[in-house]
Design a protein around this ligand. Structure first.
Ligand SMILES: Cc1cc2nc3c(=O)[nH]c(=O)nc-3n(C[C@H](O)[C@H](O)[C@H](O)COP(=O)(O)O)c2cc1C
Length: 168
């Protein structure tokens, strides 16, 4: 066990070590969607999603300052689309690596863009923006949600995509 004195004396944390250690925490993958001022659909891949409270239904996601955050700050609303294993391309597409020929299919749900492939969907209204470094924590109330029963989720572990059975 490390005591407090040893911790204080430790050299500065190596960013690569931190990234590698954090990548051992296994998550699902979501696409956060919203509407820009000009009504264009905006989306970004995010694995920082977590539920905060069941009652009232509250979620949190950490979003880097950028286009998606701008859209959410403008609309006060966003949606969380949980991806199936088959949607690895969609994840890359919304993570700044557009896949040529990929045109994600959206439906509208309470005015927010809902990905057809999503295995779970949360319609969210902002409660709080909390700025931390170059990210903003979005704390939001869930107004509506839906899910599909039998699906294989997309999993992110050690900076690689996996399904429940294997690396894909
Ligand atoms: C699996 C995966 C998970 C990601 N999770 C997050 C996240 O939780 N928060 C974040 O700010 N960026 C995350 N990113 C990076 C963003 O998807 C990427 O920077 C995106 O281009 C931001 O879009 P925007 O600048 O249009 O808002 C993730 C990327 C991948 C591949």
């Amino acid at each position: 066990m490390m005591n407090i004195k040893e911790k204080v004396d430790m050299p500065e944390l190596n960013p690569a070590e931190f990234r590698h250690a954090a990548s051992r925490f296994t998550t699902g993958v979501t696409v956060i969607t919203s509407l820009a001022r000009n009504k264009e659909i905006i989306g970004m891949t995010a694995n920082s999603f977590m539920t905060v409270s069941l009652s009232p239904p509250t979620v949190l996601v950490s979003v880097m300052n950028g286009r998606t955050l701008n859209a959410i700050e403008h609309s006060g609303k966003f949606a969380i689309n949980v991806l199936p294993a088959a949607a690895k391309d969609i994840s890359n597409h919304f993570a700044g690596r557009p896949v040529p020929g990929l045109t994600p299919d959206f439906a509208k749900s309470r005015g927010m863009p809902k990905l057809k492939e999503a295995i779970a969907y949360f319609d969210c209204r902002i409660e709080k923006f909390i700025q931390v470094a170059d990210h903003t924590l979005l704390v939001a109330k869930v107004n509506d949600c839906c899910y599909k029963d039998v699906e294989d989720p997309l999993i992110f572990f050690s900076s690689q995509y996996h399904s429940l059975n294997a690396e894909i």
